[in-house]
Design a protein around this ligand. Structure first.
Ligand code: ZN
Length: 485
């Protein structure tokens, strides 16, 4: 008899979400506290809020061009290029800078949303070098406050490689280009990138007071990095960045993947798309252990010629060896879209779903977004923020969109949180033997999800696997969260 059955904590939490589904503020409070697993698609620089950039620009003595609000190195000029520090005493300039560095209050007009979005990166670019540790602290602290357990952050730490690529003769022969780049000292740039990460992490720990009694919860977040490839540059530079990214990921366990970035609809990324796939295929042969995720299908009809919508996602998987796809918004415009989705489900290729970003950059939302179809066809999906600072969003707001725009339930959100960690590029075996539904591996079943003192069999798994350890943290957080209902 139904009345005699006792609800599980999960069912009570699910019922509570249903009771506040149409009350945005209560829904937000619920989702803010809900454990969310990992954010697997997060550009570190895009995750920083404009207000932080202005402060760092002021601290660094940079100037701001009043014409377009772009930051510039000194010397400043009081009328046209005042010091950024002037914005701290000038609310109008401050407001204009926040709007220029983000999508706040943006109304498409002479300037399109995607142009404003991508151009904002050029405006704050001069302040992004040398503050990675500050950025890490901001992002980790915000993630921990929202009960996230894990971050995979996209970083640009291989800038010197761009110059190095100019010292070699590019013939299109990958073997020769690789040998020439290695001989020219590519791995010095890789070593420098590792030192950049060391310095950034130590700055982050200092800012978050890690290891002290007043440590910020951000210290608890597990962080890994994805080395980006700036695909809008000419082939030699893209090749050098790709090679350096694979070398870096092979040498530094903190760097788990390589990912091509920059607007997919721009001229060079469109023209060289097939070439870039061949480069990734070549690197995969040489460095098979390095995992690959790719921005693909961040497109919409009208933004590019129809032919460019036909194969980017499939090629990224079949030629580029992508194990995850970033965005995948245009999937229904690919050749044989349903066949592609079946293939993605079969190969367990996860899609990093960035709802706010797709809305503000591409204007794709609601019924025009493929999220429900991915779910229907069994393609693994997890929510991610993309550029929470520029978009003026955060992970909680992504969850809220999933509930409000797509009617997702608590069990579906919980599945996404678990999926994010199942597809994280952390090394080690999984806590799960099955994912539809999630079924815990025998070693830990007896312990109850997230038990504080796991049995010796379970402890062995957790000690041997970083991934299982973070998965266990999520399960413990879910138990604590659901207990409240
Ligand atoms: Zn992205």
């Amino acid at each position: 008899m139904a009345a005699a059955q006792v609800d599980t904590a999960e069912q009570r939490a699910a019922r509570y979400l249903e009771s506040v589904r149409h009350e945005p503020l209560l829904l937000h409070a619920f989702l803010y506290d809900m454990p969310k697993g990992g954010d697997l698609h997060n550009h570190l620089v895009g995750a920083v809020y404009a207000e932080s950039f202005i402060q760092y620009a002021a601290d660094d003595g940079l100037c701001v061009d009043r014409h377009n609000m772009a930051l510039d190195p000194p010397p400043c000029e009081p009328k046209t290029r005042p010091p950024a520090r002037a914005a701290l005493d000038d609310p109008v300039l401050y407001r204009q800078m926040v709007d220029a560095f983000s999508m706040r209050d943006f109304q498409p007009g002479a300037e399109s949303a995607h142009a404003h979005f991508f151009d904002s990166f050029l405006k704050f670019l001069p302040v992004t070098q040398g503050h990675q540790g500050d950025f890490l602290a901001e992002v980790a602290s915000r993630a921990a406050a929202q009960n996230e357990q894990y971050l995979e952050l996209m970083v640009e730490v291989l800038w010197p490689v761009m110059d190095l690529s100019k010292s070699i003769t590019w013939t299109g022969d990958f073997d020769r280009a690789r040998e020439a780049l290695l001989a020219a000292g590519l791995n010095d740039a890789v070593a420098a990138a590792r030192r950049t990460l060391d310095e950034a992490e130590s700055r982050m720990r200092a800012r978050l007071r890690c290891g002290t009694p007043t440590a910020d919860p951000g210290c608890r977040i597990t962080i890994r990095y994805i080395s980006t490839v700036l695909r809008g540059f000419p082939p030699p530079q893209v090749f050098a960045l790709t090679l350096a990214g694979f070398e870096l990921a092979s040498r530094d366990p903190r760097v788990v993947s390589v990912d091509p970035v920059m607007p997919e609809h721009d001229y060079i990324p469109r023209r060289d798309f097939s070439l870039h796939m061949k480069m990734f295929s070549y690197m995969h042969e040489l460095y098979p252990k390095v995992r690959v995720t790719m921005h693909a299908g961040e497109l919409a009809p009208g933004l590019v010629p129809p032919e460019d919508l036909r194969s980017h996602i499939r090629d990224s998987i079949e030629i580029g060896h992508a194990e995850r796809i970033g965005h995948g918004v245009d999937v229904m415009y690919e050749s044989d879209p349903l066949g592609l989705m079946r293939e993605m489900a079969e190969r367990k290729v996860m899609v990093e779903i960035c709802l706010t970003s797709n809305d503000v950059i591409l204007g794709v939302r609601g019924a025009r977004h493929p999220l429900p179809l991915y779910m229907k066809y069994g393609v693994p999906v997890a929510l991610a923020t993309d550029d929470e600072g520029v978009s003026r969003s955060d992970m909680t707001r992504e969850y809220q969109r999933a509930v409000e725009e797509f009617g997702l339930t608590y069990p579906q959100l919980k599945t996404m949180a678990r999926t994010s960690l199942e597809h994280a590029f952390l090394p080690g075996g999984s806590l799960w033997t099955g994912t539809a539904p999630f079924k815990m591996t025998a070693a830990c079943t007896a312990d109850g999800p997230g038990a504080a003192e796991p049995s010796s069999a379970c402890r062995r798994l957790l000690q041997s696997s970083e991934r299982a350890r973070v998965q266990w943290e999520l399960e413990a957080a879910l138990v604590r969260f659901e207990k409240a209902f």
